[in-house]
Ligand binder design. Structure first.
Ligand code: OGA
Ligand code: MN
Length: 300
């Protein structure tokens, strides 16, 4: 791994795995960050893909302020998942309120990249641990740069030419059978979208694989089952242990990941332990600008 210490003068940066991930030391995210501190956090986010800041105190308001420094906040596509007072915040919890889950339960157990099912996906996600089980419920991250670099030539050729079909309705019907079905309106708002399997990161210039078992239904232009088998093969290749960082949560952890170059998934925990997580997402402004260019629409 490259030596990084000289680059960071205002924060501590401690890599946590060989493929991706770093802990950031010496920051208080509940305060307005000076530009030079913010700049280094941004640089570390680009360099390591996922950054971890422990011991933070973040109200929904403060998490929104922090997130907004990185780009435009993005509310979840499904209105029932939004925080009643803060639509850009989503609470994920296993707490049952009668028969109804308080936030979004059982979310993200399959590998995925947030909001990849939209034409403009999420650049990054900030997840904050409020209540965390003493064991289990890790979030795992897989470097899609490392996966792309390690692809065998024959596979890379296909990846460089093809696009994946990302389909939220399919994912809901396949993985979330326990949830109330999507309404016709919700389905209509989220038609399947295609994204290239090889994705050049707009800020680092590196190429990452962009495909996941959780959201990529199939491959554009391939027979459904052949495409789905390739999706699963690429997903499994990309999520080998050597490409992974597994985050064990403590209350007060803020984890900020880059959806443009990694996959992530939730892992199970004993339901006797409460888990409450507060989440915000940032829109991929680079993808939004590209889409506007393609459509010939003036920026607003
Ligand atoms: C998410 C997500 C995983 C987890 O917040 O987007 O996938 O462990 N979370 O809760
Ligand atoms: Mn997710």
């Amino acid at each position: 791994m490259a030596k990084t210490s000289s680059k960071y003068r205002h924060i501590g940066v401690k890599p946590v795995a060989s493929a991706l991930g770093a802990e950031i030391l010496g920051v208080d995210l509940s305060r307005d960050l000076p530009d030079e501190v913010f700049g280094e956090i941004h640089a570390a986010h680009l360099e390591f893909g996922v950054i971890v800041c422990r011991g933070q105190e973040l109200s929904p308001e403060r998490q929104k302020i922090l997130s907004a420094r990185f780009g435009k906040l993005m509310s979840h596509a499904i209105a029932r998942f939004r925080h009643p007072d803060h639509p850009e915040v989503m609470v994920m919890t296993n707490i049952k309120n009668g028969a109804v889950n308080v936030g979004a339960s059982r979310a993200g157990f399959e590998w995925h990249s947030d909001q990849s099912y939209k034409p403009v996906p999420a650049l990054g996600t900030l997840l904050y641990g409020i209540e965390c089980p003493p064991e289990g419920a890790n979030t795992e991250f897989a470097s899609m740069y490392a996966a792309y670099d390690a692809l065998p030539d024959a596979r890379r050729k296909i990846v460089d030419q093809r696009s994946g079909v990302h389909d939220y309705t399919w994912a809901w019907q396949t993985f979330y059978k326990d949830r109330a079905p999507l309404t016709d309106l919700e389905k209509a708002a989220l038609p399947p979208v295609c994204h290239r399997l090889a994705r050049v990161h707009p800020e680092t210039g590196r190429t990452a694989l962009y495909v996941s078992e959780g959201m990529t239904r199939s491959i554009d232009g391939m027979a459904e089952e052949t495409g789905r088998a390739l999706v699963q093969e690429l997903n499994d290749f990309a999520t080998q242990p050597r490409f992974i960082y597994s985050h064990a949560w403590q209350p007060g952890d803020l984890v900020f990941w880059d959806n443009r170059c990694l996959l992530h998934r939730a892992t199970p925990s004993d339901p006797q332990y409460r888990r409450v997580m507060q989440r915000t997402m940032i829109e991929d402004g680079f993808a939004a600008a590209r889409l506007r260019d393609q459509l010939g629409v003036a920026a607003q």
